[in-house]
Design a protein around this ligand. Structure first.
Ligand SMILES: Nc1ncnc2c1ncn2[C@@H]1O[C@H](COP(=O)(O)OP(=O)(O)OP(=O)(O)O)[C@@H](O)[C@H]1O
Ligand SMILES: [Mg+2]
Length: 239
């Protein structure tokens, strides 16, 4: 579904050309939930941004859905993907359903079937009764679920998630991870999740690449542990 071949990227950092991504080979299978972990600055977000066509590698090739990602194919391929961020990236001056409809508005204008689909998606993420709510009045977990509904409206085949739960407490993280897992199962969406939280990766990913200084230091297969709600009391009593 996704393939990186000898991908490298350099940035000018402090006036010096620095190799931030250094010859990465990687593949992500269709319907897989793949994790990227590593220390801050190791290059995780840069890898994700190259996978979603936002920045171009200096060397090497990226393939999405069997096609090379280049200036000719970028628009068609990137249309099939979507992105979720740590900071939700919602518009505070729009209500919940208007935020969910935003990508369709940008593409072709809001149509009746889009509104119906937005309602279905809000129901899927458990926010039906918040359709007209102001974004500012939602909790962090609810905001991320709105962002996820918005992501789904374009029916992406791949969703890239950059620290999707880092701004959330444990129970809200659980809600979001469970939703990502449900999306993966129900819509057969391929997911790539960047996280510095090893617990997040262990709960949903089938494989994880550990990134160190722009290289893959290890590639580990996992049996996803599944996600469970956190009982604060049990967490204290279990040790
Ligand atoms: N557009 C850019 N211009 C210059 N340097 C950049 C740019 N984007 C990233 N970098 C640098 O590249 C390196 C890798 O950054 P990246 O954001 O990929 O790391 P990360 O692993 O996602 O870190 P974090 O966990 O803090 O989000 C860092 O040293 C960063 O400062
Ligand atoms: Mg990052």
């Amino acid at each position: 579904m996704i393939r990186l071949e000898k991908v490298s990227k350099e940035f000018f950092i402090g006036g010096e050309k620095t190799r931030v991504i250094d010859g990465i080979d990687l593949h992500v299978d269709r319907k897989e939930i793949f994790g990227l972990v590593g220390e801050t600055g190791s290059g995780k977000s840069t890898i994700l941004r190259m996978m979603n066509g936002y920045i171009e590698p200096d060397e090497g090739s990226i393939y999405l859905m069997g096609m090379v990602l280049d200036s000719d194919s970028r628009y068609e391929l990137v249309k099939e993907t979507s992105m979720i961020f740590q900071g939700f990236n919602l518009l505070g001056n729009l209500n919940v359903i208007e935020n969910v409809l935003l990508p369709t508005k940008l593409r072709k204008g809001v149509r009746k079937e889009n509104v119906e689909r937005a309602r279905e998606l809000l129901s899927f993420v458990g926010l039906s009764e918040f359709e007209k709510s102001n974004i500012r009045n939602l909790s962090g977990g609810q905001k991320q679920r709105v962002a996820i509904a918005r992501t789904l409206i374009t029916k992406p085949r791949i969703i890239f998630c950059d620290e999707p739960t880092s701004a959330l407490d444990e129970n809200m993280s659980y809600e979001v991870l469970k939703l990502l897992k449900d999306i993966n199962e129900r819509f057969e969406t391929t997911l790539v999740i960047v996280s510095h939280d090893i617990g997040v990766i262990k709960s949903v990913c089938s494989r994880v690449a550990i990134i160190e200084n722009g290289k893959i230091s290890d590639l580990i297969s996992l049996t996803p542990k599944g996600v469970a709600p956190v009982s604060y009391k049990e967490a204290f009593l279990s040790d």
